[in-house]
Design a protein. Structure first.
Length: 387
């Protein structure tokens, strides 16, 4: 669109008008010219998906340094691609536009407000063109399960009681010494209060309680569970799908992830299929850790607005030289072998799966004791590989 150019009256014209008597008289008989507003309004743009790769609709917010009335319209929102699906003029200084990116594409939404697109009451138009780019990835995983893959391992949690011991073990190794990342929970073994199957779903529940009677208790005030397939099953490459509903509450830190069977971290690699914290419940993290990237790792994030209220499919597609992490058949993070050896890419060796609900720690943060008990539910875990 070609924006309408609004012309502001010049300062010189205003002064000339005053000199000719148009400005009125002062008590002393001289002229008292009315000041002319010649300050142009400034425009800023922000994105609801700032810092992450969007996988769906994005809301862009437009802020103006002064009241521009109704001069800013949907036609002033210029896009390189995508469509405006909703527009709202909240006030004279604030407006928003919801933009839908193109389907099945990797790219960047560029939103622009051209110069002279808005004007204040005095007719001053904005002088600067303002633009913001927002990356997006709406590519779908091919029908979820990649072609040529077959189901090789699964748990649909069909039998009520404790988790199936043929499929799952418990990780309790650090209970006495305290868990990594300054986490605050005690991980219980074979305890239905913390891990049980009921109604076709696995429930991992964190509670505020003192388990001092347990021999490996390390002074923790919270209990939870950490289930692992270590010693039962491990895989190199494949498509992994875990359907889960996440907990909400300040201080929770649920994770669905994988570790190398070699037992050395981070040398053997870590793949975080899903991490989330209660302080930011709609933000889902996907990350890989290597000897080269260490604790921070490399990854990305996406938004799942109802992660705590509905079940979603958290997915990993792991192929030779490539890892893709997604939600509901939408990939939001891709990594490829950089060709710098095992320190940068240890992901051509077996890894096992972990499901846990941590409390507090470096990512979970401060804990609100009023949230307990709090539960992560798993509907199914499925692993597909090429025959």
């Amino acid at each position: 669109m070609t924006p309408f150019r609004r012309t502001a009256p010049s300062v010189a014209a205003g002064l000339l008008l005053a000199a000719c008597g148009g400005g009125g008289s002062s008590p002393s008989g001289g002229t008292d010219p009315t000041p002319v507003d010649s300050t142009p309004p400034a425009v800023t743009i922000s994105s609801s998906a700032a810092g992450i790769t969007a996988t769906g609709k994005v809301t862009f917010t437009f802020r103006f340094s002064e009241n521009v009335g109704t001069s800013f319209t949907v036609e002033d929102v210029q896009l390189t691609q995508g469509t405006v699906s909703a527009f709202e003029r909240v006030s004279g200084t604030l407006a928003s536009a919801q933009v839908t990116p193109p389907a099945n594409m990797l790219g960047s939404l560029q939103v622009t407000v051209a110069a002279s697109s808005v004007a204040d009451a005095a007719g001053n138009g904005n002088l600067q063109r303002v633009a913001l780019s927002q990356p997006f990835d709406t590519r779908a995983l091919p029908n979820g399960v990649p072609a040529g893959h077959v189901l090789v391992w699964s748990d649909d949690f069909d039998t009520d009681g404790l988790p199936d011991p043929a499929r799952w073990d418990y990780d309790t190794d650090r209970n006495r010494l305290g868990w990594y990342n300054n986490e605050l929970q005690y991980y219980a073994r074979d305890r239905a209060e913390n891990a049980r199957v009921i109604g076709g779903r696995l429930q991992i529940t964190a509670r505020r309680e003192n388990l001092a009677a347990f021999g490996d208790w390390g002074g923790q005030r919270y209990s939870s569970a950490r289930l692992v397939t270590r010693g039962r099953a491990s895989w190199t490459h494949g498509f992994f799908e875990i359907r889960a509903k996440l907990p909400c509450g300040q201080g929770t830190w649920p994770a669905i992830w994988m570790l190398g069977t070699g037992g050395t971290w981070p040398d053997d690699g870590e793949i975080d299929i899903m991490e989330q914290v209660g302080s930011a419940p709609t933000r889902i993290l996907g990350t890989i850790h290597t000897l080269e990237s260490g604790g921070p790792g490399t990854g990305s994030a996406t938004q799942v607005p109802d992660a705590c209220k509905a079940f979603h499919d958290y997915q990993l597609t792991w192929a030779p030289g490539e890892i893709q992490i997604g939600v509901d058949n939408r990939v939001y993070y891709r990594a490829t072998d950089p060709g710098r050896g095992l320190a940068a890419w240890p992901f051509e060796a077996p890894q096992y799966l972990l499901l846990n609900l941590a409390i507090g720690g470096t990512l979970g943060g401060a804990v609100d004791d009023s949230i307990f008990p709090v539960t992560m539910e798993i509907d199914h875990v499925r692993v597909y590989q090429r025959p």
